[in-house]
Design a protein around this ligand. Sequence first.
Ligand code: 3PG
Length: 409
Amino acid sequence: MAKQIMPFFTIGMNLPFLRNIENLKGKRVILRLDLNVSIKDGYVFEDFRIKKIIPTLEYLTSKGAKTVIIAHLDKKEGKSLEPVARYLFPFFPKLRFLPDLYSNEAKEEWKNLPEGGLILFENIRNWKGEEENNPVFAEYLASFGECYVNDAFSVSHRNHASIVGVTEFLPSYLGPLFEEEIKNLSKAFDPSHPFLFILGGAKFETKIPLLEKFLPLADKVFVGGAIANDFFKAQGNFVGDSLVSETNIDLSKFLSNEKIILPVDCRTQHKGFRYTKKPSEISVGEKIWDAGEKTAKNISKLIKEASFIVWNGPLGNIEVGAKEGTIEFAKMIASSNATSIVGGGDTITALEKTEYFNKFTFVSSGGGAMLDFLANETLPGIEAIKKQKHPPKIPKPASKKSWLKKIFS
Ligand code: 3PG
């Protein structure tokens, strides 16, 4: 049995999963999904997360469950999940989209839901009780089901009613996508070597726990994206108008760490012109946008030699279309022999439509949740399932070996 699956054994063996429910026929299931996708002009623009949960919906409908889906949408994407319902409808013609979970129509539809039927409720964050984790709201949500399944790994770092609160009232399980996430991400806790960790994106303060955790575990840590600007600044370089963390972070303990590799050149933008420069050459008003080509060349040897790569966060500012550095790294990783685990919302935005996207070993659906899971080896959503008041009985495996064999065969 390969060493990298042992962490999943430690985290996953005693957790109840959807596959542990023996008879789903006619069973009322509350299914929490993360359908927080990019929507433009009323249409789904990025469907990565939706595609990932289609097998879960197919499983529940084919087993005859009566499923109520609870999901959220980030305020910046608008308030309504209706475009997502329209996207799902060709796959699941029996799906009903219900805008108001308190309406008589909702209660009536719920009562008459056929076996294999699906209800999708409107954006759960439109109700105040969700983000407050209000217990009355959580109990109301629970009243729609006989059991609860969380297949929303990517929002399970939130202490919200539909993630945490509802587990107080119903036997609760994790779904298949959640299981895949734990199985793949937990490989990082007992990595094969050489292990290359690549950390990009912005908001350095949210990434410090990851650096602290993975510096001892990884052989090399490449730091890119806006968080590299914080390093350039701490090294005494002038960074012009480049994005840096708002808070002053003491980087001295990281600066002297020989495992950390920084970009050797940067793509920049100044007065409408683009340049490639060394981090020490940035002038007044100039912005670092991305890692440069030399940086990619320098890292190529490490990528080729790596046995295991974890990558979170893009190397450039994706919001302004600076994708080149991220794509150069993706190309090298996709053609390497390493086990590769990639994630983060902006990284997915940059890579989803490229030919490299399907070539990684695993792409996590999580942004903040991936960071938190990697840093803490758990999430509030997992802890809630572990500590639930009505734990479902799950068949105990005969031995650790038989359990691993069943899960990984
Ligand atoms: C995400 O997009 O990372 C998840 O859906 C969580 O969204 P949130 O950061 O708005 O809670």
